[in-house]
Design a protein. Structure first.
Length: 251
């Protein structure tokens, strides 16, 4: 029976049980029950497990070392679901203290399976939103990595921070303006569009784009910004016409 086949009360009881079992594993220095949750086929069981790690980290300061040891023991596991869940758990800790879990992301970014790599990007998004300084500093190390997929994933990973604070990520995006790989360029243009339609963001993005040297890239980005204001018209602060008028006046 899957997580959402259970009643609301049963789900709450299961979440409490998962938390208790993982806490006991950490206290005893084992990982048998935690491994079962981390390897579960049900996404929501695994999510409950990694969220439990985050809560234990916050609520039980003396167990921080034990919590990290647990994750380190499970990280080399052959099951990609386990590695994926370890990274997501590290992301919960990284919201508060990225330095504790940075090695998990240095390794996970190069995992042979796409699911752990996607977990890295998802975690970078959630960590970068609330703990941007160390996370963006880490991301910057990989902006010019020889592997085009690494560059693309990092570009994608910093997007969420930019939706509310575009000024924080625009200097990093600028470093990719002359990337010749189509997938990286496409992601870069996409991210610029995504950080330009919320309140006060368009002015910040346009002002920064004026300093970029790759004018063709800027043109492509502006086209995407205009299109986004139509695609997301129910969420954009400006109408598409207002966005066009602003761009015409300031760029």
């Amino acid at each position: 029976m899957s997580f959402y086949d259970l009643s609301k009360t049963q789900r709450s009881q299961l979440v409490t049980a998962i938390h208790g079992h993982i806490l006991t594993d950490i206290q005893k220095g084992g990982y048998k029950k935690t491994l079962a949750y981390f390897a579960d086929d049900d996404t929501y069981i695994r999510k409950s497990a990694y969220l439990a790690i985050g809560r234990i980290y916050i609520q039980h300061a003396p167990l921080i070392t034990g919590t990290l040891n647990l994750l380190q023991q499970l990280f080399p596991h052959s099951n990609f679901k386990v590695r994926q869940t370890v990274i997501n758990a590290a992301g919960e800790i990284g919201k508060k203290d990225f330095t504790l879990v940075e090695p998990f992301f240095d390794t996970g970014l190069f995992d042979a399976h796409h699911s752990p790599r996607n977990a890295v990007i998802g975690s970078v998004k959630k960590m970068g939103e609330v703990n941007p300084i160390p996370v963006l500093s880490w991301a910057k190390k990989y902006l010019h990595h020889p592997d085009k997929e690494i560059r693309r994933e990092i570009c994608h990973g910093i997007e969420l921070r930019g939706r509310k604070h575009p000024a924080d990520i625009l200097p990093l995006l600028q470093e990719l303006q002359f990337d010749t790989t189509a997938r990286v360029r496409h992601t870069l243009v996409h991210v610029i569009g995504q950080i330009a339609y919320k309140k006060d963001c368009l002015a910040t993005v346009i002002a920064h784009l004026k300093t970029w040297d790759n004018k063709q890239l800027v043109t492509d980005a502006v086209t995407e910004i205009i299109d986004v204001h139509d695609r997301y018209k129910d969420f954009a602060v400006l109408t598409q016409a207002e966005a066009i008028a602003y761009i015409d006046k300031h760029l």
